[in-house]
Design a protein around this ligand. Structure first.
Ligand code: MN
Length: 159
């Protein structure tokens, strides 16, 4: 690694590439990344969750409301859906019921993400068709553990 630049290589333009003998960084696990649909109306929270999941080897799709969630779930058939319960246009519980009525999505794991976790809320969440719920603010380890158990994959990026 003596030189930082090789004067024989063209430096301008997008055609420049560094030849490499190292194997691609991608491995068999990342090649089959599980796809997670993140339903969250708060853009900042949504981006944080996306960053976290992406870092841990998941492929992330995002929806900001219940209608979008239903449409994207149908179009993209994610491996798991993270459902914010308090959405701007409707309840995440309502969206969960719509999704559960689609044959192809009947068994897709849905994890409710909610700021309230009173007993009555927990019951309503599970009755709506969710498989699990995570209370906000959540613990990163518990969050990733819950997801990996439901999609049947080990979380990536752990030491
Ligand atoms: Mn919300």
């Amino acid at each position: 690694m003596g030189t930082l630049t090789d004067p024989r290589e063209p430096l301008a333009g997008s055609s420049y590439s560094t030849p490499s003998t190292a194997p691609p960084k991608e491995n068999s696990v990342t090649a089959e990344r599980k796809r997670i649909l993140v339903v969250e109306d708060d853009d900042f929270t949504s981006l944080l969750i996306q960053e976290l999941l992406d870092f841990h080897g998941y492929s992330v799709l995002r929806a900001a409301d219940a209608v979008d969630a239903y449409r994207l779930a149908n179009e993209l058939r994610p491996d798991l859906i993270l459902m914010d319960i308090q959405l701007s246009d409707s309840s995440g519980l309502e969206a969960t019921k719509w999704i559960r009525e689609v044959d192809a999505l009947r068994d897709t794991p849905i994890v409710a993400v909610t700021a309230f976790a009173m007993r009555e809320d927990q019951r309503r969440i599970m009755e709506s068709g969710c498989d699990a719920y995570i209370a906000k603010p959540f613990h990163t380890d518990y969050f990733l553990e819950t997801i990996s158990q439901l999609v049947g994959a080990e979380p990536q990026g752990e030491a």
